[in-house]
Design a protein around this ligand. Sequence first.
Ligand code: GLA
Ligand code: ZN
Length: 696
Amino acid sequence: MNNQTIFPSLIHGGDYNPDQWLDRPDILEEDIRMMKKAKINCVSLAIFAWSTLEPEEGKFNLQWLHDVVDRLYENGIYVIMATPSGARPRWLAQKYPEVLRVNARRERMLFGERHNHCYTSPAYREKVRIIDRKLAEEFASHPAVILWHISNEFGGDCHCPLCQEAFRSWLKDRYGSIDKLNHAWWTAFWSHTYNDFSQIESPSPLGDSSLHGLSLDWMRFVTAQTADFIRVEKQALKDGGALQPVTTNLMRDFTGLDYSVISKEIDIVSWDNYPFWHTGSDIEIAYETALQHDLMRSYRQKPFLMMESSPSSMNWPPLSRLRRPGTVPLTSMQAIAHGSDSVQYFQIRQSRGSSEKFHGAVIDHYGGEDTRVFSEICRTGEDLASLSVLTGSRVDAKAAVITDMESRWAMEAAAGPRNMGLHYYEAVQKSYRALREAGLNVDVIDSSAPLDSYKIVAAPMLYMYKEGVPDRLRSFVRQGGILIQTYWSGIVDESDLCFEGATPHDLTDVLGLRFEEIDALPDGVTNRFVRIKDAGICSDTVSDNSGENSCENAEGGLALPESCACEYLCELVKPEGAKVLMVYGDDFYAGHPALTVNRFGEGAAYYVAADAEQAFYTCLYREIARKAGLSPLLEDLPDNTCAASRTDGQYEYVFAGHYAPDCVQIKVPQGAEILCGNKDGILDGYSYIILRRISS
Ligand code: GLA
Ligand code: ZN
């Protein structure tokens, strides 16, 4: 077993709630039989079981859980044990109303729902500590328990008086003096200067929602307070003797917390994966899901767990489509391909009542094994069991995309050029997808991550340059890296204050240009990028004035598209040494640079001035990867097919997944053997293939 793994083989399992069936011992036995049949080797228990574990304050009943764990273990099924803090019991809310969250309008919520407690409340923390410790005392040494699952999908904020106080003291720690805070938040504007920390209130529609520094620090505080709450839970488990690693399940593209901070609090990252398959282009959804997997892996640069996914349909989106045949094994294997050591579902047995009774499950209300869904799960189980060699293997990526939550918060909160939508996440997706389409493994990192191991780094819309970011990007390029920086980057510092002087701040020499203006286009209005030779323009920053040939040279040997569309945001930049590769085709800025490149040190920095269409990025990154000497994982992939790989040092395992109903064939490279899938490289609709070759 690789020393990074928590389990000797790939985990196949899911959330299991026997607490809903305590009066039905036959159900547990049937569940175990079905789980074994599907090669399910691990379940997550007790996630929302607080009211069953502690039906009245101080009266604990853990025996049922112990019995379940014993019975599972006797049958070779391991356990990820959850703390139940994701949903509090009624008695707790009744006796300690301070645990109920207060919203930004300062209204205290009633008891109900879940994931809605105050993380500051001493009463809540104390009650969580007690139940967590009890659980740890009971299960710390149980051989079935391999991991602790802290709470469930942390998120949201609370504006109660306790949280206001905690926010003020967090600010005091951060700034030391009120003068420093006033400067950082630029409070002289609209006469907002504070005399004292006690005057500060969290953002509210009734108060301040446009003091950008306040809004940004509030998000930072919410993250810090959630991290602190996680530490409380971790400590309680430790106090109860638990030695197993801990996780908490993160969510897809969740912007309520900075996961780059939260992920440092846990031993292993896990996340809940619910794409809306078959609601549009499945290959697009596949790339977006791949991005999320890669983001989760990159937080700790080690294997993660896919803690939840749906084995059939969901019940909470506007439309819940059935997974097309093959999709469950395919998308499960996608998680593995990107570095997950598990495939887990929500939920093992479908509940009979309440809000998730129609959510997909391994065992549905019918309860039999002769269902389409169950047979897909069994197939997935078979495949996972045959791939245990992959457990703990790594992903080797030479390309990275930077996505930074603090920068995103600041950019999206700012009243700026395009309040009707900046399309930041889409911009990140475009660069990511283009790098994947170039056949590369990709890390998705935040702006503080080291860059030394990469050859190509994309930094789309990196609005905020935190301390050290320009230096890191500069030395990356100087040492031979290729940076792709886009519009709306390097505008503000860590306090959300605009940099004085030329931007992108401190990087204008590396990029060979500076920002001048930014135009926002209405939805549906486009401009164009055109190659300069097609535009009949040869910028003198580009050429040696020798005409057509210099334009060819300016393209630096890149086969760029003749023309492509761009939308939303178009920046006007002033080249100061950069070569212009493409220019705008329309409007008063036709002929102004749209794509540039600047040699710096041993490397090069590209600048994309506007939100260009996917086809542009796909072409640009393919060309950049080729020039950087990075070959694709697999050559000439058919349409709607994408690849990813993991390595254990000795072998590289290359996955190709096909996200459409048609049948295609991949070229199996020489020297590669097919580990899983059709021997001739044929991929049926919604299927995958896994190849093995010697690691290079
Ligand atoms: C989330 C939660 C689960 C369940 C699923 C349903 O991920 O963690 O408890 O509600 O969604 O899709
Ligand atoms: Zn609170």
